[in-house]
Design a protein around this ligand. Structure first.
Ligand code: HEM
Length: 385
């Protein structure tokens, strides 16, 4: 029998990634893609195996432009850092933000002038950026500049070159370095001060490491949350009866957010590097190889989820891995969930219905992330607000 031709990964991603993933799970669950120069892993169980085994699948090679502490560390260093930032990023800190996040969401929504809204620009980008700037204690007058930097770094501005991104990263780096120095002298109650304070107890971080951690929060936290909210609203606009259901029973909202994370995972892949020769799904992978685990695919694996391509608010058994799994499980998951819940709550309070807008929606041009760069929506309301 003739060997089956390997999948065309790059083309498949650009045509319909979910059709490609189904084919990969069926025929090529673990395979080497020459053009990507990486091993692609697409089944739920195999992805979990990779995420659990950090000794074989290391995070150390992650980060192309800037190497971020934490996300590109392995245990034991990772465990020390994570313990330290967990002390700063507490549920009490999040709880104290709740009222402000709710007010911000309301303000952004009340400012919609029309029933037709480009939601990415008007809500899903500004909300997480402002919340992170509160957390980090960025001064009010620096906020506009901060947002521009943050957009440029995560690539939301028109396709910046690597050079431009490096330039922006450099400016932000300098900015945060000054902020860290200030807080060493005069601590306040923000997250940076909390990280510095946690550090004093048992390990020390250089100012550079604290700065890189701030930048990591921006890179890891902003566009991902933007995409979660956009994806959920996109789904609801195509299935508007669900809007009515959520309005009638708000207790379903948390499940709807989880289901959107599963069905349209904002982070589609993460990278690992093999530290030794290994076997995965019966396939040999050499040491020092790049492994791309597909959360986007794992979260639609039919052997884990029934009717995986459907949005089913209340699933019997759902353990999606949109926030990763194991040691590196997303630090910001509670924050992303909080922001999404409060934003959705305000939208559901204000509007009776949702539908696609008249303009075209535009998907992000990214393989790693999944979301919208433009999403026009039409909201309906019976009574003027
Ligand atoms: C819907 C929104 C989000 C998604 C889908 C998401 C997804 C992820 C994923 C998949 C990982 C694991 C990476 C790996 O294993 O290599 C991760 C880690 C991380 N995320 Fe998130 N994230 C989101 C929001 C946030 C927010 C709001 C923040 C912070 C404000 C944040 C901060 C981090 C950090 C610091 C890590 C590294 C944790 C570690 O290495 O121990 N994320 N995230």
């Amino acid at each position: 029998m003739a060997a089956q031709p390997k999948p065309d990964f790059i083309n498949g991603m650009h045509t319909d990634r979910y059709v490609l993933y189904t084919d990969l799970r069926e025929r090529w669950p673990v395979y080497y893609d020459e053009r990507m120069r990486a091993w692609i892993v697409s089944r739920f169980d195999d992805v979990m195996r990779v995420m659990r085994d950090y000794e074989t699948y290391s995070s150390r090679a992650m980060g192309d432009l800037v190497r971020f502490p934490l996300i590109s560390d392995d245990p034991p260093r990772h465990t020390q850092l994570r313990t330290l930032v967990n002390r700063a990023f507490t549920s009490t800190r999040l709880k104290s933000l709740e009222g402000d996040v709710r007010r911000l969401a309301r303000q952004l929504i009340e400012a919609f002038e029309d029933s037709e809204v480009e939601i990415v620009e008007r809500l899903t980008i500004p909300l997480p950026v402002v919340v992170i700037s509160w957390l980090l204690g960025v001064a009010e007058e620096d906020r506009e500049q901060f947002k521009r930097w943050s957009d440029a770094i995560t690539g939301l501005l028109d396709q910046p070159t690597d050079e431009e991104r490096m330039g922006t990263a450099g400016k932000m780096y300098q900015y945060f370095l000054k902020e860290v120095e200030k807080r060493r002298e005069q601590p306040s109650d923000d997250l940076i001060s909390a990280v510095l304070k946690a550090e004093e107890r048992d390990m020390t971080l250089s100012d550079q490491e604290v700065v890189s951690f701030c930048l990591l929060l921006l890179v890891a936290g902003n566009e991902t949350t933007t995409n979660l909210l956009g994806n959920l609203l996109g789904i609801l606009s195509r299935e508007p009866h669900l809007w009515t259901r959520l309005r009638e029973d708000r207790s379903l909202l948390e499940d709807a957010i989880e289901e959107a994370l599963r069905l349209e995972s904002p982070v589609q892949f993460v990278f690992r590097k093999t530290t030794r020769d290994t076997q995965l799904g019966g396939v040999g992978i050499p040491a020092d190889a790049t492994v791309l685990t597909s959360f986007g695919s794992a979260n639609r694996d039919e052997s884990e989820f029934e009717e995986p391509d459907r949005f089913i608010i209340q699933r019997e058994r759902s353990r999606h891995i949109a926030f990763g799994y194991g040691a590196h499980f997303c630090l910001g998951a509670p924050l992303a969930r909080l922001e999404s819940r409060l934003a959705m709550d305000s939208l559901l309070d204000r509007f009776d219905s949702i539908a696609p807008g008249s303009g075209d929606s535009v998907r992000l041009r990214s393989d790693l992330l999944y979301g919208y760069s433009e999403l026009p929506l039409r909201f309906g309301t019976d009574s003027p607000h």
